[in-house]
Write a new protein. Structure first.
Length: 301
C-alpha cells in the first residue's frame, strides 16, 4: 500500500529508524510503498496527503487539543538526547549566569531543558539569565557560531559538529537527563481519517518501525553506515551519535508510550501558556492524544 510520511526537519540522526526501515526493507516486507519528505509540522499538519509523521510531542499536542485530526500511534523515543553546548569560554553552568541562551520557541524542548539545567543552580528566568527565541536547530547553531548567544541545547549531529569546531559540550546527555521532567519525547503520528480507513496499513507501519528499532539496537555498524548516508555526516560523527542514542535509551522496543509522561507534557505546556489552564477535562487526559489500538497487544480505548 502507498503511504506518505512527513519527517521533522530537525536532526536526521534522530530519524534514523525511518531510514533504516526503508533501507533494510522493513517497509517492503510489510507490503508498504513509503514516500518520505522532510517537512515542518505547520506545513505537514495542513496537508491532507500526509498519512504519517515522526514528530516531537511538544510540537503536536497543542494542535491536537485545538482539534487537529492526528493521534500518536506509537512512541518513538521515550527520553531526550540533547546536550547543552556553549561558547568555549563558558566552563560551568554557573558561568551562564547573566548570559543569553537560545530556544526555538516558548515551551519547546530546548526551553524545557534549559529551565531544568539552570534550575540545578537555582537560576531562574527572568532574573538570572536571558532567553531568546531564535528558531530551529540550524538557526540556533548559526547564532552560537556568530556569538550572538552563549549557549543552546541541540541533539546529534549538531552537538558533535560544534564540539569539533571548538565549542564546549557543557552538560552532556547523562547530566541533562538527570535534570529532566519525566516527559514523552517523540512519537509516530497517524492522520485520524487514514487510520480509520486503513487500520491494517497502520499496524504494518508500526511493525516496520519496531523491526527498525530492534535492528538499530543490535546492529551498530550498519546503523552507523545508514546515518552517514541518510544524515550526510562523517563516520566519526555518526558513531558518536549512535553511541549517544544508545546511552540515552535508544528507540522504543515496543512502541508503547507512558501515559504518565504524556500527561507531564500536557502539564508543561499549560505552565508555558501553550495550552490553556482552563482546558476541558478531556484535554487533560493523555488518552485524548494517543490511539494505541494498532500496537501489538493493543490497549483498548
Amino acid at each position: 500500500m502507498d503511504c506518505k510520511f512527513a519527517l521533522s526537519r530537525g536532526a536526521r540522526t534522530r530519524l534514523i529508524n525511518a531510514y533504516v526501515a526503508e533501507r533494510e526493507g522493513f517497509f517492503e516486507q510489510e507490503g508498504l510503498n513509503v514516500a518520505m519528505s522532510l517537512m515542518r509540522w505547520n506545513v505537514a499538519r495542513d496537508d491532507p496527503t500526509i498519512d504519517f509523521q515522526l514528530r516531537d510531542n511538544l510540537e503536536v499536542i497543542p494542535d491536537i487539543a485545538r482539534g487537529v485530526g492526528v493521534k500518536m500511534i506509537a512512541s518513538e523515543i521515550n527520553t531526550l538526547f540533547y546536550e547543552l553546548v556553549t561558547l568555549p569560554e563558558i566552563k560551568s553552568v554557573e558561568g551562564l549566569k547573566g548570559k543569553t541562551l537560545a530556544i526555538g520557541s516558548s515551551g519547546d524542548i530546548p526551553d524545557m531543558l534549559i529551565e531544568g539545567i539552570m534550575g540545578t543552580q537555582g537560576f531562574k528566568h527572568p532574573g538570572n539569565y536571558s532567553l531568546i527565541v531564535v528558531g530551529g536547530t540550524n538557526e540556533r547553531v548559526a547564532a552560537l557560531k556568530a556569538k550572538k548567544i552563549h549557549g543552546t541545547c541541540v541533539s546529534p549531529p549538531s552537538n558533535f559538529m560544534l564540539e569539533d569546531e571548538g565549542f564546549n559540550i557543557l552538560v552532556g546527555v547523562d547530566k541533562v537527563r538527570g535534570s529532566l521532567r519525566n516527559m514523552a519525547y517523540s512519537g509516530l503520528y497517524a492522520r485520524d481519517e487514514f487510520a480509520k480507513e486503513n487500520p491494517e496499513a497502520v499496524k504494518a507501519v508500526i511493525r516496520a518501525f519496531l523491526k527498525a528499532n530492534k535492528f538499530i539496537a543490535e546492529n551498530r555498524e550498519r546503523t552507523v553506515r545508514c546515518m552517514v548516508e541518510a544524515a550526510e555526516v562523517d563516520e566519526s560523527i555518526a558513531e558518536k551519535s549512535y553511541d549517544m542514542l544508545m546511552r540515552a535509551g535508544g528507540f522504543s522496543p515496543d512502541g508503547r508510550p507512558s501515559l504518565e509522561a504524556v500527561k507531564a507534557n500536557i502539564d508543561w505546556m499549560v505552565s508555558k501558556g501553550q495550552l490553556s489552564a482552563n482546558l476541558p477535562q478531556k484535554l487533560y487526559d493523555p488518552n485524548t492524544y494517543v490511539d494505541l489500538r494498532f500496537l501489538p497487544n493493543p490497549t483498548k480505548r
